[in-house]
Design a binder for this molecule. Structure first.
Ligand SMILES: [Zn+2]
Length: 393
């Protein structure tokens, strides 16, 4: 650079346009207006975009919500008990208003608890509620656990359960002595008989393994889910003896490969942040399906890739919300009218940049989503037909 050019640049910078691109009067204004520091948790920016806002009060076609938690089984106390998260009337009112024909309550429990759940929800309304059973992990130390668990599944089917639910407990919480010792792996052979039995009984397996990739990284300033992890520090699987996200996904793949007659619905779209990988898995395992529960925040921020994904796998994606009545800890899952309206808006409209959860601050990360405007033929499959086929309705 010549001396003259350097002098000239210095003059230009001094005269006005600095590194931030502000003109001189703007910089003087910024220096004289004091702006109070603001904590991240208090920041609630309002979008100034002038874009269409479509209200979708009912789904275009009747829906099956494949992933809900109407009950929880509490295993912390000395006696196992069923917690009903809402009254039946409260649930039916929203279902009727939002065009939800059937809700699948995945966390129906096991043994006598399952019988109670079926008796409470499914028996009085067999056309509205479907109950899944869960493995009895507390019995993992039984020498004949494999057989025990397979027989439990047979008994669950007789009691009215229509499928098997696997929480991320398997792979991330369950240990050899239930709560202590080494972690039990997702593809542990002791479960082979259970997976096989699910296939022969025609009970789909709703399986959640792993979690968002950011949960496996340090909760620091680079973590895109910093606020979510700050609110739930126990959701972090960084360090300690936890397997990586990739190891968990691969272990689940080996299970699907070993049991081709069993149908697996990989909950939360499998790995919703990595649709190329999920697509590869769907290609490799014809017995694999996915649901979209609690992941429209991920799917909706990559709308073009998501739309192609829905086009290609339209026969293997299920509508689901992870709805939890009064689930105030997870705003993206609070059962109610608003939750369903957001999902319908995402699936049915091409609206831009809207909130993925009924909450003042996006709870799973500071971004907004875009609708994917699915055509009617695909909507029919996603909302109802794919789930109906799997559930044998
Ligand atoms: Zn869930």
């Amino acid at each position: 650079m010549t001396l003259r050019r350097r002098e000239w640049l210095k003059t230009i910078t001094a005269a006005g346009v600095g590194a931030l691109g502000y003109s001189l009067p703007e910089r003087i204004h910024a220096q004289t207006t004091r702006i109070e520091p603001l904590a991240l948790k208090d920041y609630q920016p309002k979008s100034m975009l002038h874009v269409p806002e479509t209200h979708v009060p009912r789904s275009r076609f009747p829906a099956i919500d494949f992933h809900t938690h109407l009950t929880w089984i509490d295993r912390k106390g000395k006696t196992d008990v069923v917690h009903h998260n809402a009254t039946i009337e409260e649930i039916l009112k929203v279902m009727d208003a939002k065009n939800v024909r059937i809700m699948v309550n995945l966390t129906g429990g096991y043994g006598a608890l399952l019988e109670e759940t079926v008796h409470h929800w499914q028996q009085p309304h067999p056309d509205r509620f479907i109950i899944f059973t869960e493995p009895w992990y507390g019995k993992i130390r039984l020498p004949n656990y494999s057989r025990f668990q397979a027989e439990q599944l047979e008994a669950a089917k007789k009691a009215g359960a229509r499928g098997l639910k696997i929480l991320k407990t398997l792979g991330l919480y369950l240990r050899e002595n239930v709560t202590t010792g080494p972690l039990v792996k997702v593809d542990d052979k002791r479960f082979d008989e259970m997976w096989e039995t699910a296939g022969s009984l025609d009970m789909p397996v709703a399986i959640h393994v792993s979690d968002p990739e950011a949960f496996f990284l340090p909760t620091d300033r680079f973590n895109e889910r910093y606020e979510e992890l700050s609110a739930h520090p126990d959701w972090s699987f960084h360090g300690k003896d936890y397997p990586s996200n990739a190891e968990l996904q691969e272990a689940r793949n080996r299970v699907m490969q070993r049991h081709p007659r069993t149908k697996f619905v990989c909950l939360h779209t499998g790995d919703s942040e990595n649709l190329p990988y999920v697509s590869e898995c769907l290609e490799r395992y014809p017995n694999m399906y996915v649901d979209i529960a609690a992941r429209i925040g991920e799917l909706g921020r990559q709308p073009r890739m998501t739309r192609k994904f829905f086009d290609k796998y339209q026969d293997r994606i299920l509508f689901a919300t992870d709805a939890t009545p009064h689930g105030d800890e997870t705003p993206q899952q609070i059962f109610g009218n608003e939750l369903y309206e957001i999902y319908y808006r995402f699936l049915e409209t091409e609206d831009e940049y809207f909130d993925y959860a009924p909450a003042p601050i996006p709870p799973q990360g500071r971004w907004r989503i875009y609708g994917i405007g699915l055509p009617e033929e695909i909507l029919k499959k996603i909302y109802y037909e794919n789930a109906a086929r799997l559930l044998g309705l």
